[in-house]
Design a binder for this molecule. Structure first.
Ligand code: 8YV
Length: 318
């Protein structure tokens, strides 16, 4: 019996199956003509859209779903959902905070170590049979005791800082506002943060407010001995500026889990041993994805039963 649930975009197979089997959810067609036809015949039945950061629900789709009351987002980042339009229409939005913090912070630290120490490239060196032929692998950069600047000191930024404190790193951060009681040093701008850091880690939310926050000026402040690590959103970095800095040797290296146009990765990065590339796997463990799925379904059930979301995101005043 349909309960007015619509899946928007691809989700984990287990979640897709539950939505279909337990909620008789519709799947929004991707073909434009089929989609238009679906929205005309079923648009007014839909009460909840379930989506993820990959696709989201934009203002046009909200307008085509006149009885939509909630957007339930699988993932902590919801930058692809138009929260301004949601607020204006009285639509609630939920995400999956906390349950993925540890995994994403683990990814940031792993990516930082892999990038500075070039472990993926040294693994390729062994597999290619180069060790007996070319001898010792070139020396790399120490991780412990580095000066780390973190952009975005929310839950994930804090968990990264906590882990890197155990490596005796000096931690500074830039954030929309200074975090009360934080043991780390607040810096007023990304440029100043980068200038005083060996490694700049991006843990900020995506969306218009952080679009290309890490631009050429910031990358130049990080400098030829500096490294960038991004586990947040590709949109936070000016990707063209990043590629040119790496091509020109104006940056020592980068560890990237996210990109501006996923799943496309800029071609020049593919051959660089000082760059580590990951296919957006920050939260990608069995345990964390199961916890994200569980929280997504709790939000869905709660909304269907009571009209309330369990983990709503703050919406802008409309
Ligand atoms: C997910 C993420 O992979 O939570 C987020 O914001 O980027 C990841 O944990 C993504 O949302 C799934 O599409």
């Amino acid at each position: 019996m349909p309960q007015g649930v619509l899946q928007v975009g691809r989700l984990m197979p287990s979640l897709t199956q539950k939505l279909r089997d337990d909620y008789a959810a519709y799947l929004l067609p991707t073909d434009p003509a089929e989609r238009a036809e679906f929205l005309t015949s079923h648009g007014s039945e839909i009460r909840v859209a379930v989506t993820s950061g990959g696709v989201g629900v934009n203002a046009d789709l909200m307008a085509a779903l006149p009885n939509l009351g909630a957007v339930v987002n699988f993932g902590v980042g919801y930058d692809t959902t138009d929260v301004g339009a949601a607020a204006a229409r009285g639509i609630g939005v939920s995400n999956t905070p906390d349950v993925l913090t540890d995994c994403v912070a683990d990814t940031a630290v792993g990516l930082m170590i892999d990038t500075l120490r070039q472990f993926p490239a040294s693994d390729r060196y062994v597999r290619a049979g180069r060790w007996p032929v070319d001898g010792i692998y070139p020396l790399t950069r120490q991780v412990s005791n580095t000066r780390v600047g973190i952009i975005g000191m929310g839950r994930i930024g804090g968990a990264i800082a906590k882990r890197l404190s155990a490596f005796d790193c000096t931690i500074s951060y830039h954030n929309r506002h200074q975090v009360d009681g934080s043991p780390y040093t607040y810096v007023g701008s990304p440029v100043e943060l980068a200038a005083a850091a060996d490694v700049l880690i991006i843990a900020a939310t995506g969306g218009a407010s952080t679009e290309k926050l890490v631009n050429r000026e910031v990358l130049d402040a990080l400098g030829a001995d500096g490294y960038l690590v991004n586990i947040a959103r590709g949109s936070v970095v000016d990707e063209d500026a990043l590629v040119s800095a790496l091509v020109d040797g104006r940056l020592a290296g980068a560890g990237l889990d996210v990109f501006a146009h996923e799943p496309n990765v800029p071609e020049p990065l593919l051959s660089m041993d000082n760059v580590v590339l990951q296919p957006h796997v920050g939260s990608g463990t069995v345990q964390t994805r199961a916890a994200m799925e569980e929280l997504t379904l709790r939000n869905l059930d709660s909304f269907l039963e009571s009209g309330q979301l369990v983990t709503p995101v703050p919406l802008p005043a409309s």
